[in-house]
Design a protein around this ligand. Structure first.
Ligand code: NI
Length: 227
């Protein structure tokens, strides 16, 4: 499931993130790529470990934490700490690749399966040319270039690329999630059911049928979740 979620980061969070990113010193993005991906990757990243990096990570994670749609769509079990990248100038593109299936949490002891890839946009789409995130899936290609503060989540299994940025700069956060529900099609069913339940509850209030269906949602989650 590819899902765009608007305004995950509010105006204050966005302003602070841009401030930190503007003052940051960037390094070659190939340091975190696997060997296939490194051959097509040409962008910049923020090196982890600094104070600004920690503040940015906290900012992103807090925004996600209080977002019910993001939670419902991803059902997170483990979230890898967000990373930050910049496409501009001569380091402006990332060719077709699939993200590594397994990554490590900082410290290297805990493995995380990358069920879901996430990109949170910081730059206004009008401020740069190119830089579309192009995701291939069974129905063809999907081009994604979102408003600042919006996030896209998509299956980690997808071949994807970031097209060259030919004007301005594209700043984003990217990270991966291991979901409690491993299979994309099961996550989609749960997400669609959860959203419909929310809308029905808004229209009808609590009814016996809604109580029953909410129970069905939780029982499906119980059947499929690995916590
Ligand atoms: Ni990628």
């Amino acid at each position: 499931m590819l899902l765009k979620i608007p305004q995950v980061l509010d105006a204050a969070g966005l302003a602070r993130a841009r401030e930190l990113l503007a003052a940051a010193s960037w390094v070659d993005g190939r340091t975190t790529a696997g060997s296939q991906a490194a051959q097509v990757k040409n962008n910049q990243q923020l090196p982890p470990g600094g104070e600004a990096h920690r503040e940015l990570q906290a900012l992103v994670l807090q925004a996600l934490d209080k977002h019910p749609v993001f939670f419902s769509a991803t059902l997170p079990k483990r979230v890898l700490p967000p990373l930050f990248n910049r496409y501009a100038g001569s380091a402006n593109t990332y060719g077709n690749h699939v993200d590594q299936a397994v990554r490590y949490l900082p410290g290297g002891l805990q493995r995380v399966r990358t069920d879901i890839s996430c990109t949170l946009f910081f730059s206004d789409p009008d401020s740069y040319d190119g830089g579309d995130l192009v995701i291939e899936h069974s129905y063809g290609e999907q081009r994604v270039k979102l408003a600042a503060g919006d996030i896209v989540v998509y299956p980690g299994t997808s071949v994807h690329r970031v097209e060259p940025v030919t004007r301005g700069e594209r700043l984003a956060s990217f990270f991966w999630i291991e979901s409690m529900v491993r299979a994309d099609e099961q996550r989609r069913l749960l997400y669609e059911m959860d959203m419909s339940l929310m809308k029905l509850r808004g229209k009808l209030g609590e009814t016996p049928e809604l109580v029953q269906l909410t129970g069905t949602y939780h029982n499906l989650l119980r059947m499929w979740a690995d916590t």
